[in-house]
Structure formats: structure tokens, C-alpha cells
Design a protein around this ligand. Structure first.
Ligand SMILES: Cc1cc2nc3c(=O)[nH]c(=O)nc-3n(C[C@H](O)[C@H](O)[C@H](O)COP(=O)(O)OP(=O)(O)OC[C@H]3O[C@@H](n4cnc5c(N)ncnc54)[C@H](O)[C@@H]3O)c2cc1C
Length: 347
């Protein structure tokens, strides 16, 4: 064990943490260097690259509190913007065996806060907050005999991690990699993927520009016996699942939640902000935003738990499951919850 690891172990012991007082040791260590923390996972940006006009690729150096990930999973990344920490979910794009430096590729969405900020402000030396990795978009431990990795737009990130992981394992089965972008200028990772394919004859690559005459996914695009992993917009996933019903899929696009007939009457109270409003159609996140609040959130689809907050009182309905819950002091995800009557949130 080297001196650095030993120091980390000592500083990271719960005994030392409790001896330094109520704030814990990380609050002191971060004063020396923001990424010196032993419990809070953080990373320092070490390189910034722009693969396309609408993206930024960050190479980041995570501290010892980051515990790794499985290819395809996501990490919640916190960025300080004008004094407020905004958290979004991003999928690391490196092999899961190679976590000394992580790589993230972030696409700018119209009107999006964090993507636009990172595209124009990310610089070496910037500090990012990381969560543990999570998510079920992963390959089975026993690898399938034949794999197809299909992506659309920004959805390339988790499948790049899968490709790099399979290659670093020495996987010998056939890998078909297909990426759809609107235009050739939007394609991501083409030189890196082609370099892999030229060194590994079992990897076949296709890049398709759908708005420049490229053929969309259809019957016959892939062999039927491949295990397909697809990440992209819902239309791409639907097209793939028509041909490959057991495809493992993930999308970054929040669904349009049908909350039109969910509106109840009553009041939503945001207790910490001292704001109240009459219930309107929409999720509690949308109702908070319509009241001028900016609650922490990530995926807007119930995956990342970034918007979890305490409901002090009242009943809410989970619009994904239809389940109604009326417990007091209950943790709810406000991006997928609608009020059923009066509700009080610790927000
Ligand atoms: C599992 C998972 C993995 C992901 N991995 C990646 C990745 O590797 N790379 C990547 O680029 N992205 C990834 N994403 C998406 C990413 O987490 C963000 O959602 C995305 O980058 C948008 O964040 P933003 O802050 O730029 O935009 P936001 O500010 O969150 O806005 C997103 C969209 O919502 C709209 N919007 C914002 N506020 C409101 C409002 N008040 N009312 C209505 N609409 C609003 C905006 O106009 C915009 O179109 C992933 C998402 C998931 C769920």
C-alpha cells in the first residue's frame, strides 16, 4: 500500500470523521483541494475536447471515493453554475476496467442548462461532483455469443463503454456497431470506433446519417441471433424492438407523461421556499418550476432519483406505476409524481 492510499484510508476512517466534529472530514479536506475528499466522490477535469459543434467530451480524474461502474451505467454529475449545484446523469464512455481516468460526452439540448454550460465553460481544473454508478442498462456477466450495439445521437455513450469493455476483455464473438446521427457532422466517436474495428476483425461498424439519405433501422439491418443493446430516441428503440423484441434498451429522452386527467383540486405547499399554489395539471417538478423554484433534478423520468424530496403530508400518484401513496415524511421523486389533493413538500 503506498503512502497516498494509506493516508486516504486513515482520513477516511469513520473514527477520524466523527472526531473532527459535526461537519465530517470532507468539509475540511475540500478547503485544501476540492477533490481531496475521502467520502464524497469528485473529479477534476483534465482535458476538454469538442467532437462536434453540439458536444463536449471531458476527460476527468476521479478521486479515490469513486467506486467504478459497469459499462452502460450512468453517474450523476454535479456542476456548480452561478453558485447552484446542478446535477445531471451521464454515461461514462471508457472500458469498465479502465477507471483511472473517466470520459464523458455531453450533448447540448436546446434550452438545456448543464449541457450548454459545460460546452462553453468546461476547462481543465474544474471540479465535478460524482455519485456512485447506477442503472440496469448493462451486459450480462456471461457475454452473449454475438452482440449488436445500436445508438442514436447522444445515446452512443453507454454503448461505446460496452464496445471498449468487450474489446478489453478480448471478446471474440461478432460485434456489430451501428450509430445513427442526423448528419455526418453529428457523428460521435467515429475515428475511435474505426480504429477498434481495424485492429479487431470481429468488429463491424456502420455510421448512418439519417437526414442525408442514410437508411433507417429496418428488418434485416442486423442478424436475428445477435443480442441487441440499443440507446437512443424512443423511435429508434421502437424500430429495433419490432425486429428484436428482447433488445435491451435505454433512452435519455424523458417520456411525455400523460397527466392531463390527473389534476386534483387543492394546494401544493413548498415549505422551505414558503410558496403555495393551487394544484395545476403536471408533475410536482413542473409545478415547482412554474412557481419560480429551481428544484434539483436530473433525468426528468424517474431514473436518477436526483429530484427526490420529502413529502411532509398529502397524497401523490406515481404516474409511471399509478400507485397512490399518502405516508407522511415520505421520499418521493417529484418528476414522476402528481398531487392527488393538498400536498406539502420540504422544498
Ligand atoms: C440514464 C441516462 C444517461 C444519460 N447519459 C447521457 C450522456 O452520456 N450524455 C448526454 O449528453 N446526456 C446524457 N443523459 C441526458 C442528461 O442527463 C441530461 O438530461 C441532458 O444532458 C439535458 O441536461 P441539460 O441540463 O443540458 O438540460 P435541462 O436543463 O435538463 O433541459 C433538458 C430539456 O428539458 C427542457 N426543460 C428544461 N427545463 C424545463 C422546464 N422547466 N419545463 C419544461 N422543459 C424544460 C429543456 O428545454 C431541454 O430541452 C442521460 C440521461 C439518462 C436518463
Amino acid at each position: 500500500m503506498n503512502a497516498r492510499t494509506l493516508n486516504r484510508r486513515l482520513l477516511g476512517s469513520r473514527l477520524v470523521d466523527s472526531l473532527v466534529g459535526p461537519h465530517g472530514i470532507d468539509r475540511y479536506l475540500e478547503l485544501i483541494r476540492p477533490t481531496l475528499t475521502v467520502f464524497d466522490a469528485r473529479a477534476r477535469v483534465v482535458a476538454v475536447e469538442h467532437q462536434t459543434e453540439r458536444t463536449v467530451t471531458l476527460t476527468i480524474d476521479p478521486n479515490g471515493a469513486f467506486t467504478g461502474f459497469r459499462a452502460g451505467q450512468f453517474v450523476k454529475v454535479g456542476v456548480e453554475i452561478d453558485g447552484v449545484r446542478r446535477t445531471r446523469t451521464y454515461s461514462p464512455t471508457i472500458s469498465e476496467y479502465d477507471v483511472r481516468l473517466l470520459e464523458l460526452t455531453i450533448t447540448v439540448r436546446e434550452g438545456g442548462v448543464v449541457g450548454s454550460y459545460l460546452r462553453s465553460h468546461a476547462r481543465p481544473g474544474m471540479t465535478l461532483h460524482l455519485s456512485d454508478a447506477a442503472g440496469s442498462f448493462v451486459m450480462p456477466a456471461e457475454r452473449p455469443d454475438r452482440v449488436a450495439l445500436v445508438s442514436g445521437g447522444s445515446g452512443v455513450t453507454p454503448v461505446i463503454a460496452m464496445l471498449r469493455t468487450l474489446v478489453s476483455e478480448g471478446y471474440t464473438g461478432q460485434i456489430d456497431f451501428i450509430h445513427y446521427g442526423r448528419r455526418a457532422a453529428d457523428w460521435l466517436y467515429k475515428p475511435a470506433v474505426e480504429a477498434i474495428a481495424s485492429a479487431h476483425p470481429n468488429v463491424r461498424v456502420r455510421y448512418v446519417a439519417t437526414r442525408e439519405g442514410g437508411e433507417r433501422f429496418s428488418a434485416g439491418t442486423l442478424s436475428r441471433d445477435a443480442q441487441v443493446f440499443v440507446c437512443g430516441p424512443p423511435e429508434l428503440i421502437d424500430a429495433v424492438r419490432l425486429e428484436h423484441p428482447d433488445a435491451v434498451a435505454e433512452t435519455f429522452t424523458p417520456p411525455t407523461l400523460d397527466v392531463s386527467d390527473e389534476a386534483a383540486s387543492g394546494t401544493v405547499r413548498f415549505l422551505r421556499s414558503d410558496v403555495s399554489r393551487e394544484i395545476a395539471p403536471g408533475t410536482l417538478l413542473e409545478q415547482a418550476e412554474a412557481s419560480g423554484l429551481s428544484p434539483e433534478h436530473g433525468c426528468r423520468m424517474g431514473i436518477c432519483h436526483g429530484c427526490t424530496c420529502t413529502k411532509q403530508a398529502g397524497a401523490v400518484k406515481n404516474v409511471l406505476t399509478g400507485e397512490v401513496s399518502a405516508e407522511e415524511y415520505e421520499e418521493i421523486r417529484i418528476c414522476i409524481s402528481v398531487p392527488v389533493g393538498d400536498v406539502a413538500l420540504q422544498l
